[in-house]
Design a protein around this ligand. Structure first.
Ligand code: GRG
Length: 299
């Protein structure tokens, strides 16, 4: 019998193939020495990854009746942004990691300057994609996407979360502060990915709130499982260096409550996320499969 993990992997792989094809088309072309930054962007994007965020965009777009091309462009933009964050996070001045997605991180494969520039170029490419009228014919929709994404990535989102994270080593954070840090650092981009379909499809408020609630709860659970894998998984299995949080004295919900309670909390969040999907009926089946996969994933 096919289990949930197999279903999730097959659904993710199908979406990944479509997004990767779109990403290759959207990557800029070079005429001279700037080719190196494009090579680094392409390397970082194509070296793999679960493509959870683009999957979320596409499934959300499906719930709100959005056309395939619009959904794929936003999904590609989100993966560009996510990849930028991983490249910069791996830099020696940040998390200093030599491996990502099972391969040398970008500053190891190329050099530090190229890695910084590749991250910057992926971030700006994402906004260029969203601003293009092929993404949506209505300029107000494009503006809303850009505005939400900018907020998710700025000081009240990913950048602020990363700053908080860098300064929080060896600090006793309580549950409220850890949850806020994680919502900023990784949660906001996941929430944007879920909300993108509702924005593109001009969805009504109740359904917007439902997909936002799902993405919020699923994102937090995703982060708790990520922390559990960092503590319990092997580097070979996960494709990046494990045990780093504990070594750096980083407070996570796992270090605060212990693995059993943390897993219980993740399960509770996933159940809550599933309840948000009730309003969408059968159409949300792939998002249910994703939520159950998040809790059981090994990488
Ligand atoms: C540099 C501004 C800046 C921010 C970096 C997102 C982030 C902030 C750092 C990533 C570091 C990290 C390991 C975060 C924990 C959760 C997470 C985002 C894991 C990686 O996401 P996956 O598992 O990765 O979706 P793949 O490789 O599957 O795409």
């Amino acid at each position: 019998m096919i289990n949930n993990n197999d279903l999730a992997k097959a659904a993710l792989a199908k979406a990944a193939a479509q997004v990767e094809e779109k990403l290759l088309k959207l990557l800029p072309k070079a005429v001279d020495l700037e080719q190196q930054v494009i090579d680094a962007m392409t390397y970082a994007l194509m070296v793999g990854g679960k493509r959870i965020r683009p999957f979320l965009v596409m499934e959300s777009a499906n719930l709100f009746g959005v056309g395939k091309n619009s959904a794929l462009r936003v999904a590609a933009a989100v993966e560009c942004v996510h990849t930028y964050s991983l490249i910069h996070d791996d830099l020696p001045c940040m998390d200093d990691d030599d491996m990502r997605r099972g391969q040398p991180s970008v500053h190891k494969k190329f050099d530090e300057a190229t890695a910084v520039l590749a991250g910057d170029a992926l971030l700006t490419l994402a906004f260029e994609i969203l601003a293009h009228e092929e993404t949506h014919s209505d300029g107000r929709v494009r503006c809303e996407l850009i505005s939400y994404l900018a907020k998710a990535l700025g000081v009240n989102g990913m950048v602020g979360g990363q700053m908080f994270d860098l300064l929080a080593e060896n600090q006793d954070l309580d549950k409220v502060r850890i949850t806020r840090l994680q919502r900023m650092k990784t949660g906001e981009l996941i929430i944007f990915s879920g909300k993108a379909g509702a924005i593109l499809g001009k969805g009504e408020e109740r359904r917007r709130q439902a997909i936002k609630g799902y993405s919020h709860d699923m994102g937090l659970a995703f982060q708790i499982i990520d922390d559990l894998l960092d503590e319990e998984g092997s580097t070979e299995e996960i494709g990046k260096t494990t045990g780093k949080d504990a070594a750096a004295g980083k407070a996570t919900l796992v270090s605060l409550s212990g693995p059993e309670k943390a897993r219980m909390q993740a399960e509770m969040l996933i159940n809550q996320a599933l309840r948000h999907l009730d309003v969408f009926g059968e159409k949300a089946e792939n998002l249910r499969i994703l939520a159950k996969f998040i809790i059981n994933r090994r990488r």
